[in-house]
Design a protein around this ligand. Structure first.
Ligand SMILES: NC(=O)C1=CN([C@@H]2O[C@H](COP(=O)(O)OP(=O)(O)OC[C@H]3O[C@@H](n4cnc5c(N)ncnc54)[C@H](OP(=O)(O)O)[C@@H]3O)[C@@H](O)[C@H]2O)[C@@H](O)CC1
Ligand SMILES: Nc1ncnc2c1ncn2[C@@H]1O[C@H](COP(=O)(O)OP(=O)(O)O)[C@@H](O)[C@H]1O
Ligand SMILES: [Mg+2]
Length: 281
């Protein structure tokens, strides 16, 4: 039986964790963001910065070599690891244990990257968010769905969702297909849109925040960083997704009276996270 839940402030406050006075960066979670390719390193910059700006203690970005100076310069607080290849990721290799991983923003679909992604999925046991080209690679290799750990979070926009589950003929059918997909592979699907819905098996959460200002490049990349950050901080997968989607939308609601719809860009989501958090206190 399908359960529908509205995500509003009251629902958020049921699970929202305040920061402990004696916390330190070592226990605030270490997020790893894997992505980027030549011309799309910005996606990782945005994800990584968003992860730090949502309370994660440490953030490492894994990018192709061409991304090294870009990420270091854009956000010096983020640590950077690089692939052996210059323009795309070919072998995902890191020597620490992150608390959560976000993979896909700007990663591209090069054959080498697809192979690296498969190798990663075969061994990964860390809580995971998959977005953007990570989803597109999965859609091209549907047998890999079976490699996903339970509670993996997928964050498709409508086109990425269609590539994952196939076309639908009505809104009702879109939900039926997404729920079946979530049940079959035990994954959480963040169906991005206006509004965004989060599907966790037969439970459908409908978000109440956000507006068309979010229809701007990199807005989803920021969301990936935020959700990965909450996963790294120890939130249950579905709670990380819900809190992430709610705060992401709230930043746009807070900012629009100052920016208007048109001048709002993905970096403004990150800029307004502080006010969004304060509104929960
Ligand atoms: N600065 C950077 O480095 C940035 C890097 N980025 C990276 O680029 C990579 C490609 O990602 P992408 O999403 O741009 O391409 P893609 O998957 O082909 O989807 C585009 C098509 O999908 C559709 N569509 C989308 N939204 C929809 C909606 N709400 N409602 C309905 N339809 C919707 C729409 O299709 P149409 O309607 O035109 O048929 C549109 O043409 C990815 O790795 C990403 O991380 C970007 O994040 C940008 C900033
Ligand atoms: N009209 C809208 N109203 C509310 N939210 C929107 C609207 N358009 C886009 N969004 C949100 O913006 C984000 C766009 O994500 P995505 O398409 O992946 O962007 P990108 O790949 O450029 O980072 C999603 O969270 C989506 O819900
Ligand atoms: Mg996207």
């Amino acid at each position: 039986m399908i359960t529908s839940v509205s995500i509003d402030k009251r629902e958020i406050l049921k699970h929202y964790q305040k920061i402990a006075v004696d916390t330190h960066k070592g226990i605030q979670g270490h997020a790893l963001i894997i992505g980027g390719s030549y011309g799309k390193i910005g996606a990782v910059c945005l994800s990584s910065k968003a992860a730090l700006k949502t309370g994660c203690g440490l953030v490492t970005a894994f990018v192709p070599k061409c991304g090294y100076e870009i990420v270091q310069t854009f956000i010096p607080e983020v640590m950077v690891l690089t692939d052996v290849k210059k323009k795309c990721i070919s072998n995902i290799n890191f020597d620490f244990k992150p608390n959560a991983i976000g993979i896909g923003p700007g990663i591209g679909q090069d054959e080498l990257t697809q192979k690296a992604f498969l190798k990663f999925l075969k061994t990964n046991e860390t809580p995971l968010v998959i977005d953007a080209d990570g989803l597109n690679i999965l859609s091209q290799n549907k047998t890999w769905f079976l490699l996903l750990q339970p509670k993996t979070i997928l964050t498709p926009h409508p086109k990425e969702l269609e590539r994952l589950i196939g076309k639908w003929n009505s809104e009702e059918e879109k939900f039926e297909k997404t729920i079946s997909f979530s049940l079959q592979y035990h994954v959480i699907v963040v169906m991005k849109g206006a509004p965004t819905h989060i599907i966790d098996g037969e439970t459908v959460y409908k978000n109440a925040t956000g507006n068309p200002a979010l229809a701007t490049a990199g807005s989803g990349d920021v969301l990936t960083g935020i959700i990965t950050s909450f996963l790294a901080q120890g939130y249950e997968s579905v709670q990380a997704a819900i809190l992430g989607v709610f705060l992401h939308g709230l930043t746009a609601d807070i900012a629009v009276p100052k920016t208007g719809f048109q001048s709002f860009i993905a970096s403004d989501i990150i800029e307004n996270l502080g006010e969004a958090f304060l509104s929960l206190e």
